[in-house]
Write a protein that binds this ligand. Sequence first.
Ligand SMILES: *Cc1c(COP(=O)(O)O)cnc(C)c1O
Length: 366
Amino acid sequence: MKVPFNDLYLQYKSIQDEIDFVISDVIKKSSFVRGEYVEKFEEEFASAIGANHCVSCANGTDALYIIMKCLNLKQNDEVIVPANSWISTSETVSQAGGKVIFSDVNEQTYNIDIRDIKKKINKNTVGIIPVHLYGYPAEMEEIMCIAKENNLWVIEDCAQAHLASVNGKNIGTFGIASTFSFYPGKNLGAMGDAGAIITNDNELAKKVAMFSRHGGLTKGDHKIEGINSRLDGIQAGILSVKLKYLSMWTEQRRDIANIYSEKLQGLKTPIIADGYKHVFHLYVVQHNKRDALQDYLKSKDIASIINYPCALPLLEAYRSLGHSKEDFPVSYHNQSRILSLPLFPGMSNEQIDHTVEKVNTFVKNN
Ligand SMILES: *Cc1c(COP(=O)(O)O)cnc(C)c1O
């Protein structure tokens, strides 16, 4: 038996007629860049998250860059981001003109550690970007309090956490704005690159839309200089189709995660605090012989991934910051222990059982 990490073809097959229809309809209408499908998806996604505005763009990295440019990030403005994330979260701070400040992550949640945020705040700090890593919400109520006390903005990086929530409030609605990725493997994925910014702020929404479309919303009328970061009609059509199934797929993810957490033995599995809704973009375990576990699973045809093999501040890209592993003890400790197990909607019971059995066999013998 083979267990892939994800199975996007299986997902496509389950909704093939609808997907094929929208693709050919976009072609028929030549509605390739923006257009009616894009506007429709923006409305639907804003409403799914429970926010006033969704401004789509080319990908989740651009979403972060665009919102920070629109918040007028300046040199020496410091933005606090977690040490364990995908590099988009930090690289866009630098690209938008600010200074990246890394915070360690919480041992239990893998998300940004609020104790470390407090230590990193100083007179140059302007914002915080919590990431709802692996689909588990960051401690948004606490983070919003810290931000308010210190007059900071908060942008939520929701790339891995579509439909996650804290005490009934959807993630993506806490901060001044939030960013989403619809990279194919994300919980809501296009068939190419796609992203979006969500906000309740009317002015900001307008500015973000303008900036991502060459600085103007009417052709030829450029209010400012901007960039070209637009969503295309085919991706928007596909995303609208998939959005209808997102709740169901999310429940499937949660069901599989429950089975894993019940049956896996002798290794650290994800925690879920009261009131927190985890959407399990990734199911991450820890084991001190992680590499051997991964090799063993591979030999049994079970795919797994390391998210991420190196804490951001310890990457070569950030060598100039001069950080050492002692600066981020939890992130550093985790990077050699974490492993993401296969988990995707449509995963069969046989695949789940096979994975559980092989992981447990390895753990028992090691
Ligand atoms: C995927 C991801 C992004 C970037 O999204 P792209 O659409 O690939 O540009 C940003 N942040 C996090 C945490 C991600 O997982």
